[in-house]
Design a protein around this ligand. Structure first.
Ligand SMILES: *[C@@H]1O[C@H](CO)[C@@H](O)[C@H](O)[C@H]1NC(C)=O
Ligand SMILES: *[C@@H]1O[C@H](CO)[C@@H](O)[C@H](O)[C@H]1NC(C)=O
Length: 261
């Protein structure tokens, strides 16, 4: 309890302090009890919310637009224009690998935008990994921190394509138990159920869009307990069959790469 209060206060102080930069992870360590740092920084998808100076518009790694109606809207194309801001060139290889991971066995492709293309994804530096959910039009951001892995970035690209977190499905209580008492105070929103298309695809514990056991844990104990013996919940190394199937159904295109874009 006391520890949580301390963490909350320190976060608040930290967020106000404008010294945050890309090497903030290292700088955080002296500010926190080392164990707390390990819990909260365990997954970079949780960092954008914890350290953003605009917490109100962020839920976990999903940037929440004021226009909730647009959430989940698919792109009008399967060939997404993108650009990478020069100040994250050191993450370029990981970003390219993440796009390749999404393109493999799906019809989604990516191409570098030209100046006449006004709707596009811009990969830019962030404090964590984060993205809008779905198509908004115009330039939209995917935030990439140094700690974001290829799999984390692929997860964000799936948000960009229009998909919510798997563990927020309306039918999730049949599959997982949420342990509220272990969630960092104020972060419970990230575990709220959301209405959204499931395409009648069975619940997928292994989805790249599923949180792991201890995401947003205040104490290292589980925030999500699967009701089955699942080994790879929260994995970020591959898109599962159902992740790919969802893309195919939302974008109405074949299981494998459809012809030239
Ligand atoms: C970020 O912080 C580190 C450590 O304080 C410092 O060495 C570095 O120059 C800073 N980088 C930027 C871009 O401000
Ligand atoms: C830019 O991209 C658009 C859409 O893909 C394409 O029609 C156009 O020819 C491109 N323009 C240039 C200058 O490459």
């Amino acid at each position: 309890m006391l520890l949580q209060l301390l963490v909350a206060l320190t976060f608040a102080a930290y967020v106000k302090n404008e010294t945050v930069n890309s090497s903030y992870l290292g700088e955080l360590v002296p500010l926190f009890d080392i164990n707390v740092v390990q819990h909260v920084t365990h997954n970079p998808e949780t960092l954008e919310e914890l350290f953003s100076d605009d917490v109100a518009v962020v839920e976990g790694d999903m940037l929440v637009s004021k226009n909730r109606n647009a959430v989940g809207k698919s792109w009008p194309t399967t060939d997404l224009p993108y650009d990478i801001r020069p100040d994250i060139n050191d993450k370029k290889e990981d970003i390219m690998a993440a796009m390749a991971m999404v393109s493999e066995h799906t019809c989604i492709t990516f191409h570098r935008r030209n100046s006449t293309e006004l709707d596009y994804v811009l990969f830019r530096p962030g404090k964590g990994c984060a993205s809008n959910v779905g198509f908004f039009g115009g330039r939209q951001f995917v935030y990439v921190a140094p700690s974001c892995s290829v799999g984390n970035i692929a997860h964000e690209i799936l948000h960009t394509l229009g998909f919510e977190h798997e563990h927020t499905r309306l039918d999730r209580d049949g599959f997982i138990e949420i342990i509220k008492s272990n969630i960092i105070k104020g972060m419970e929103e990230n575990f709220k159920k959301l209405a959204g298309k499931t395409f009648d695809i069975p619940y997928d514990y292994s989805s790249i869009l599923h949180y792991g056991r201890t995401f947003f844990s205040s104490n290292g104990k589980p925030t999500i307990i699967p009701k089955k013996d699942i080994k790879d919940m929260g994995q970020r190394s591959r898109l599962t069959e159902t992740d790919r199937k969802k893309i195919t159904l939302l974008y109405n295109c074949g299981t494998y790469r459809c012809g030239p874009a």
